[in-house]
Design a binder for this molecule. Structure first.
Ligand code: M6R
Length: 606
């Protein structure tokens, strides 16, 4: 997770790095820090907490270049000492880092035996000491020697007081990009290839322990054997602007309200009399020959994948499973060459999803990425990619990306249904027409936000919640439960409603409310029985149900009705209710909504 950023060039390095930090803060906000070179010395400033804390203590002489870091803690507590940058004993070298040095304990012991004085508990500081140990005047060589000792997936950015014009960067299985401006007056290093500020940049992506020495307007790269290499660059517009809440109190609320538009963006231009994806580079034959689909993702993206698996089974008749990426990669039979692997990720940088994608490629599977970020590792590395087009999602708690993932998966399953000939033209058109009504349905739910806020107020004092649903409503309830835990810090378990009586019902009493997701016609009678069962144990019940399902009113304490739809499309409106419910509970409990504790938007460590 952590954001790594560095600047050398004509502009003020401190100001560019501060802008870089604010744009990268989504990657972690446990602490921030900056180091730069001024008159042959390294100056630095670092502070636990968000960037706003660093800004309060910031003081630097004019800098020749600078590196900047925003941390999501892995090794060592959240405090000033463990904030990056880290240094060698003589303060000649400063290092910032993203990822994990897996053999850190052994290296730390080795350095302590050699009487090294370590100022922090981090794995990063070990790297600074190792580079110093190998340094004989050439920073690239010293970093290369240190790299031979390091295990794990990580990126590093290093400066040395005697090299005031050089940023030395490396990455192993971890995103790091280097950009040179079009007129070659500056060099930027960033964890995120979309975070460069200026006009146009030529960007290279470091991989496989390559090391780049970045100067004003030039870059030299060596491979893992120290051989000079030429890397192909991509022209990327550096028009990044720090997004705004546009009058909303939180990004999360803004992004919930954007959904009628973002869903349309995900489907517009992708269907007429059938579904097609302009950007899809894979041939139809690949899909025709697919006999099994495995969807992989983490968190919210995996919940979208679970609903996508139901779409694919219903519309394309292909056996589809959705697996948590960090587990899928270790299951050999899951990823066989006849499998189409669909990797879903909002950021396109989630380490577990990328690791599973690499494993799938090694095993000969065709891979398709579903992603919101166009220059991300997922889009670059999958055989084909479908973009969500939801625009930047700033709140750590994912909302609009989820409904765009659902929209794209729904369309993709219709596309597969066309290819596999499991859908008649008539049914295909009906489904497309129904998808068109979803933005308006969501608008209706959003217009009733005050009702959801009242319900949230009523339930906000509880510390434990049960979420239950059947069929399409099961992954929907998992997603709603995740929203609640993530931003309200209350215990919220999602369960298939039929499983309650196999154990979890023992937890229920008057202090343990159940949120029942009921908008699945096929299983209405069953969920009604489940609601009666939990009511019989004294648990308060809030049901989210389709408009026509009035019987539920007699069983549940509260009901929020959503517009009627077919089962496959009910996750949309139900989800928005869950998002608003979590938002208002978090607000009621005074939680920090956009940047919840312990989390980061982009999870780049496994
Ligand atoms: O960028 P990704 O979609 O790969 O991220 C996966 C999860 O880390 C993410 O969905 C996470 O669960 C969200 N914070 C949930 O709101």
């Amino acid at each position: 997770m952590c954001g790594v950023f560095g600047y050398v060039g004509a502009r003020d390095p401190l100001q560019v790095c501060l802008t870089g930090l604010s744009a990268l803060e989504y990657r972690g906000y446990d602490s921030t820090g900056i180091a730069g070179i001024s008159q042959g010395k390294i100056s630095f400033c670092k502070k636990a907490g968000k960037l706003s804390e660093l800004k309060k203590v910031l003081s630097f002489p004019p800098l020749e270049l600078a590196i900047a870091h925003t941390r999501w803690a892995t090794h060592g507590k959240v405090n000033d000492q463990n904030a990056h940058p880290h240094f060698d004993a003589s303060h000649s070298i400063a290092v910032i880092h993203n990822g994990i040095i897996e053999n850190f304990s052994a290296l730390r012991e080795e350095l302590l035996r050699e009487k090294a004085l370590l100022a922090s508990e981090t794995d990063t500081e070990i790297v600074a000491h190792l580079i110093a140990k190998y340094y004989k005047g050439d920073l690239v060589r010293a970093l290369h020697s240190a790299m031979q000792r390091l295990k794990g997936a990580f990126s590093l950015l290093v400066i040395h007081k005697d090299h005031p014009g050089e940023l030395v960067a490396t990455a192993r299985d971890c995103p790091l990009s280097v950009a040179l401006d079009a007129v070659r007056t500056e060099g930027i290093v960033s964890s995120d290839p979309n975070v460069f500020f200026g006009t146009n940049f030529d960007v290279i992506f470091l991989k496989a322990s390559e090391i780049a020495c970045v100067r004003k307007g030039s870059v030299d790269v060596v491979d893992s054997e120290l051989r000079k290499i030429t890397k192909k660059s991509e022209r990327i517009a550096g028009s990044f602007t720090v997004p705004s809440k546009e009058g909303f109190e939180h990004y999360m609320l803004k992004e919930i309200y954007e959904q009628p538009i973002t869903i349309q963006k995900a489907f517009l231009g992708r269907y007429a009399r059938g579904v097609s994806f302009e950007e899809l580079s894979l041939q139809d034959a690949v899909f025709r020959n697919t006999s099994k689909i495995c969807i992989i993702g983490c968190g919210t993206s995996s919940h979208a994948g679970s609903i996508g698996a139901l779409f694919l089974e219903e519309f394309a008749g292909v056996f589809t499973s959705c697996e948590i990426a960090s587990e899928a990669r270790y299951r050999p039979l899951l990823l066989s060459p006849d499998t189409l692997v669909i990797a879903i990720s909002q950021s396109g940088e989630t380490a577990d999803t990328l690791a599973a994608l690499h494993e799938a490629k090694k095993r000969g599977c065709t891979t398709l990425g579903l992603c919101n970020v166009k220059n991300s590792a997922l889009v670059r590395e999958a055989d084909g990619a479908l973009l969500l087009q939801a625009g930047p999602e700033m709140s750590v708690c994912s909302t609009k990306a989820f409904t765009s993932q659902l929209t794209t998966l729904f369309l993709f399953s219709l596309f597969m249904g066309q290819i596999k000939k499991t859908l008649t033209q008539e049914r295909l058109l009906l489904l497309q027409e129904e998808l068109k009504t979803i933005p308006a349905q969501i608008e209706q739910v959003i217009n009733r936000a005050p009702e959801i806020q009242r319900l949230a107020k009523k339930y906000a004092r509880h510390e434990n919640f049960f979420f239950m649903g059947r069929r399409y409503m099961f992954p929907t309830c998992l997603e709603a439960a995740l929203k609640l835990k993530e931003i309200s810090y209350v215990n919220a378990n999602g369960y298939p409603a039929g499983e309650l009586k196999h154990g979890p019902i023992a937890l229920l009493d008057a202090h343990f409310p159940v949120i029942a997701f009921c908008a699945n016609r096929q299983t209405e009678e069953k969920i009604l029985s489940n609601v009666m069962e939990v009511k019989a144990r004294g648990a308060p019940v809030l049901a989210i149900a389709s408009d026509h399902f009035k019987q539920i009113q007699k069983a549940a304490d509260d009901v929020f009705y959503i517009p009627d739809s077919s089962d496959s499309l009910a996750p949309f409106a139900s989800t928005v209710v869950g998002q608003l419910f979590a938002y208002y509970i978090a607000k009621e409990r005074g939680c920090e909504i956009d940047q919840p504790r312990n989390l980061a938007k982009s999870v780049t460590v496994e």
